[in-house]
Design a protein around this ligand. Sequence first.
Ligand SMILES: [Fe+2]
Length: 329
Amino acid sequence: MPDSNASSILERFFPALSRRDFLQELRRRNRHRVAHGDLARLAELPAIDALRDLDAALAAYRSAVMVYGAAIVEETEGIANRMMVPAAAARRYHDRGCTLELDCADLYIPALRPWIAALQAELELPAGTFAKAIVYASPGGSGLGPHFDAYDNFIIQLRGRKVWHLLANQNAAWPLMHYDLDEQPYLPEELRGYWRGTAPRDFAAEAEALELAPGSVLFLPRGTWHATAASDEVMSVNVTFSVPSWIDLLLAEIRRRLAPYEAWRRSVDGCTSSAPEQLAELAAAAGALLRGLPGDLGELRAEDLIARHREPHDAYQLASALFRQGLRI
Ligand SMILES: [Fe+2]
């Protein structure tokens, strides 16, 4: 049963669960969770003026908006299905049937930041977790195709009704990257290393359909296959958490331990040389480093690894946020 702490964001998201019970579910990340109810239970969000409607959000968002949809395919003569446009032009694309994605919306809507930080604290996530908000808006009849993401996602439906098609991921458990089903049969090399079986053949038939209405909250664990279709004019805010994996913690600790050694910091030269003596020199340098590695690295202890949870780790998300900051209009 939920405890009496009514200020818990998670317990207002999912009133049937205590925060502790939700954390148990979160740690398995094997099932989505949805709750429907009055948006007013999330008092902070309706109070944010920039989330009042699309025009308010676009006025606050001084950046480039990613637009998706048939109008883009048409405009680019089939080259692309998405495009970045200035916020001032985005409403026009929305009215032509496109979905708008206001990535890193918390950079421009500062009132979201303390709320996201409070949610992250409730989730007891590593300090190096990359959290952000994305506002999605769509005029109805459009959506995103089947894909999975490498982050956990809380979707809060603000306006309109939207159908989510969800399917457990039997192909890639705990994925480290985003992947679109329409990339099949191509698989990036790293993903191929842990991909199992065949991708969903008839996604629409295999997936579970779930309709979100204003006030609905959906938790989508990292890796869940999903696609969306807006039933009418919709707006939602997604809060995503890129949580470091054990690989991230290990790599951060190895870097910390090797960085003091000049030999490990040296630039790598000659890898693409055709001169045999250059290649022999390269192999000798790599061999000497590897022979010294056990001593340079020392003993790796559990507490050293866990201490790295504070490190920023998601280079893609960090670069994307910096890019957005550079785009401030
Ligand atoms: Fe997604």
